[in-house]
Ligand binder design. Sequence first.
Ligand SMILES: Nc1ncnc2c1ncn2[C@@H]1O[C@H](COP(=O)(O)OP(=O)(O)OP(=O)(O)O)[C@@H](O)[C@H]1O
Ligand SMILES: [Mg+2]
Length: 517
Amino acid sequence: MSGATDERARPALLRVEHAVALTLAETSRAADTYPNVLAAIGTTLGWQIGAAWELSAADGALHCVEIWEAPGEDAHEFRALSEHLVLSRDEGLPGRVWALGGPVWIADVKVETSFPRAAAASAAGLQTAFCFPIRSAGAFLGVMEFCTRTATEPDEPLLESVAILGSQIGQFVVRRQAEDAVRVSEARNRAILDSALDAVITMNHRGVVVEFNHAAERIFGYSAAEAVGRDMADLIVPPSLRDAHRRGLARYLETGSPTLLDRRLEITAMRADGSEFPVELTITRIGLPGEPTFTGYVRDITERHRAEEELRASRARIVEAADEERRRIERNLHDGAQQHLVSLALRLRNAAESLGDDPQGTRELLERADLELAVALEELRELAQGIHPAVLSERGLRPALEGLAARVPVTVQIAALPDERLADAVEVAVYYLVAEALTNVVKYAQASVATVRVEVADGLVVVEVVDDGVGGTSAGSGSGLRGLADRVEALGGVLTIDSPRGSGTRVRGEIPVPPVG
Ligand SMILES: Nc1ncnc2c1ncn2[C@@H]1O[C@H](COP(=O)(O)OP(=O)(O)OP(=O)(O)O)[C@@H](O)[C@H]1O
Ligand SMILES: [Mg+2]
């Protein structure tokens, strides 16, 4: 190699090395590496076209992934050809560089048989090309090739230099790709954490919070910025449980024996305002090397506790109401029918004793016994009616409610009643709602009229008893309306009471109707 060539080459290769180093320093995304490096080398050398080829894992061949043209260039034929070309090992200039494992210089592409794009290149006026491999940790990733219109003799020092640059570029691409992948996966994990409904809180081995997601902010009332860096026990564990929490962490760190890990616990947590609430907690140790890190998944179960409490209370009231009903029946039987039957038995015994001696007296005794029996029967009938009106189960809501309306000592207008039969439990609930509401009208409302309306539509039965009396009742003040609410809610319905003072009362139940079965 002549001294003159060295003089020409040295500044070029230095300029290229410098330009690539600068470009890599300024490139932060893997995707920008090839465009930036192609432009840096092409521009520095004053060449017209550059292309990056990547080895595809899918088909084991080289694909052109990026083309650079000097400003003002239009080599669209060459570009179109390169973009759609798939080169295997030893094919074309990139394939030859792949097979050789080193850089190649083609002084005149027109006479070079290994240059399949020769026609397109000479149409674009391109003469000389060089190509070098891109590798990382010895693995071949692809190549970069450059073409120029000026016929140029091989520049060995430049070729040697770009062969080394190829390794730097390759390492850079692989590192940036890994960083991009980490960034994407971190962003994905962040999004998952932030959209979780449960609080997710991570603490390090010293018990310091290192992660606090959106749900945790909402549930505990701290912002992530406030929470991260604080001692977790101080932050969300109520004072009474803090020692146990710290002992548990210390024991785990000493012995590695987990008492709480990976189990579902119900415990009490504390909000920023100091209020305590029940949570369901699962703690997991994150399986990474180094000091242990723990993640707690916390679910606020205040609502669930409230619902359970409400359910327990309503069950207790239903049981209580059933007991009360049994006591009432027992009392009524004892005071009413039972008394009549006892005196009936007495009269019959007396009648038997006086038989023959006093026919007139016996007749009177038997007549009285007959009357007593009629009264006892009537009482038993009324009692049975009160327990469960036979007409309701036999003939349905219309006759049962019409009968009820006729019996109460207040004027009742019936606005609507269904003729169809509904599920037993629904019919019973509707009947008792009307019965209790009308009894209340009689007892408290001082009303001139009460209106009953029962309508079935869209899978819902709506029952209303409206009076024009004094109003002013509120649900829950007595056992009657509360019992009704329990009964209606047990069927998935709702009971509402509207009773402004002085403007009458409306008791309204809405109950879903299951198909009659
Ligand atoms: N239609 C009404 N007009 C005015 N006040 C009413 C009416 N219905 C209920 N109230 C008032 O609401 C209270 C609660 O009624 P509720 O039916 O729950 O209990 P109660 O009738 O007092 O007792 P129970 O029904 O257990 O015999 C009544 O005591 C009464 O003061
Ligand atoms: Mg009542």
